[in-house]
Design a protein around this ligand. Structure first.
Ligand code: NAG
Ligand code: NAG
Ligand code: NAG
Ligand code: NAG
Ligand code: NAG
Ligand code: NAG
Ligand code: NAG
Ligand code: NAG
Length: 418
């Protein structure tokens, strides 16, 4: 679901080489040698300068200083395990191979734009003594890191996209990024790192950041100030954490945010003013939270809101008018707790599509949807679709029924947002 970006980048980097057909991915552009102690050295093949340097790490134990000397035409650099099958989706499930490096190991790559380092563990400090003047995309995946490798991109003034994932980074603070000199970072993806805490002002120096992904970590609290300085942020993913506490005004400075994804967390109360200040928000994803309290104005985000997903916990209380005035395109509800809601709770709300998701036979209180205006139709996702009593549900519009669909089908939309 979230691997699309990585795949695109890989394909981009590999587009010049017929990766699938060759045993050694780099047998034409470069002469790659690994001596009997596992030391790597690479030379450009005479007259066959190739922009891609793509290496399998399986036999490499060290990258000595200047292993890549004079590779002036190389723009993309990949080091990764030999794929067992052509399934790039599972490539991080390997044990990282330990490789020794020096601060001069990555010298001699003056034109580099893309670096992908997958399933390699560097015991010594990862630094680059020359820097990377043209580096735009940097990916580290499954490298057993306990901190952001900021010293590696200390001199990468053009870095736009940094992905650091499948690591063991428990804590993020302004210090985590203090040595990076880039001001043009646009996308920062930090999934699957086991992050438990993010200090306020951690991302404050990234004034151009448009996308921040903190999904699939272990965050419990979002502190006020965590997103300070992110005036240009458009997409914020905190999908699949354990967030149960969002301090007041945490999101209030995100005036350009269009998507806020808090799916699969532990939020119970949507407190008054929680989403204030999000004047451009178009999508608010709260599916998979045990929400029990929605006060009458907590969801009143902005007139721009067109996509809202919600789940409910046991004993849900929704104040009348909580949804009045909404004009949505998609309204997605977890239908399993709908029988706790009162008739007419969605009064005054307009949506093109209402989607009901459920694992059970949906049991709806009479007239629940009375005075909810649906302009296109209702889609119901449940394993055993029962007879829909449109009238008693308060629905007069078209009802589309999908039997046994994947319940989280709509979650794949995350991929399309890149
Ligand atoms: C392999 O290369 C490294 C670095 O160039 C060197 O230090 C080492 O002695 C070499 N090992 C053998 C067995 O040649
Ligand atoms: C790099 O190439 C230049 C000229 O092509 C040559 O003079 C120099 O010795 C080379 N450096 C190394 C470290 O091979
Ligand atoms: C990960 O790093 C720790 C030290 O931080 C080390 O003890 C451990 O062996 C490493 N694991 C792997 C798989 O390299
Ligand atoms: C949520 O994240 C955890 C790691 O924190 C991962 O093991 C799990 O598969 C993720 N769940 C989903 C639905 O992506
Ligand atoms: C949230 O933090 C900002 C500064 O980052 C501060 O101005 C504001 O007063 C704080 N709000 C609350 C409710 O603490
Ligand atoms: C909702 O928005 C659509 C356009 O986005 C508009 O045509 C429609 O009149 C609006 N409906 C209400 C009830 O505001
Ligand atoms: C629906 O709206 C009408 C007119 O505003 C109102 O009289 C009625 O009570 C509403 N029904 C429900 C169930 O809220
Ligand atoms: C359906 O069940 C699965 C597995 O138990 C669970 O992860 C998911 O959240 C449930 N979906 C809904 C809509 O409750």
């Amino acid at each position: 679901m979230k691997r699309i970006l990585l795949k695109i980048l890989f394909l981009l980097a590999l587009s010049e080489s017929s990766y699938a057909r060759r045993k050694n991915p780099d047998s034409w552009g470069h002469i790659i040698s690994v001596n009997s102690s596992g030391a790597l050295s690479v030379k450009a093949r005479e007259g066959r300068a190739n922009r891609n340097l793509d290496m399998y790490v399986d036999k490499i134990s060290s990258i000595p200083s200047d292993a890549f000397h004079n590779l002036t035409s190389v723009t993309s650099f990949i080091i990764r395990p030999r794929p067992r099958r052509l399934d790039l989706d599972r490539i991080w499930e390997c044990n990282p191979r330990t490789v020794d490096i020096t601060p001069q190991s990555f010298n001699g790559l003056p034109s580099i734009e893309y670096i992908f380092i997958v399933c390699v563990y560097f015991q010594n400090a990862l630094k680059s003594s020359e820097g990377f003047d043209f580096l735009r995309f940097l990916l580290f995946e499954n490298n057993n890191m306990t901190a952001i490798p900021q010293e590696f991109c200390e001199d990468s003034p053009k870095l736009e996209l940094l992905i650091v994932r499948y690591q063991r980074i428990r804590y993020l603070s302004p210090e985590s990024f203090s040595r990076m000199n880039t001001k043009v970072l646009k996308q920062l993806l930090l999934e699957f790192n086991g992050v438990e805490y993010v200090e306020p002002r951690t991302f404050a120096k990234f004034r151009q950041l448009e996308l921040l992904d903190l999904s699939d970590n272990n965050l419990e609290i979002l502190r006020n100030g965590t997103f300070e300085g992110l005036d240009e942020l458009q997409k914020l993913w905190v999908f699949n954490n354990s967030v149960n506490n969002v301090e007041p005004e945490t999101f209030s400075n995100l005036k350009n945010l269009r998507l806020l994804d808090l799916r699969l967390n532990r939020l119970e109360t949507l407190s008054r003013g929680m989403f204030d200040g999000l004047s451009k928000l178009e999508r608010l994803e709260l599916f998979g939270n045990p929400i029990t309290t929605i006060t009458d104005n907590s969801l009143r985000v902005t007139n721009q809101l067109s996509h809202l997903s919600l789940s409910f916990g046991e004993g849900i209380q929704i104040e009348p008018n909580a949804f009045r005035g909404f004009n949505l395109t998609f309204f997605i509800l977890n239908a399993d707790e709908l029988h706790h809601l009162n008739a007419g709770v969605f009064s005054g709300c307009t949506t093109e599509c209402l989607q009901l998701m459920s694992n059970n036979t949906i049991n709806i209180s009479p007239n629940l949807f009375k005075n909810l205006t649906i302009t296109v139709g209702v889609t119901i996702f449940e394993p055993q679709v029962s007879v829909i009593d449109k009238k008693s549900w308060g629905l007069d519009e078209n009802v589309f029924i999908k039997q046994n669909p994947p319940l989280y089908e709509f979650a794949s939309i995350k991929g399309h947002l890149y």
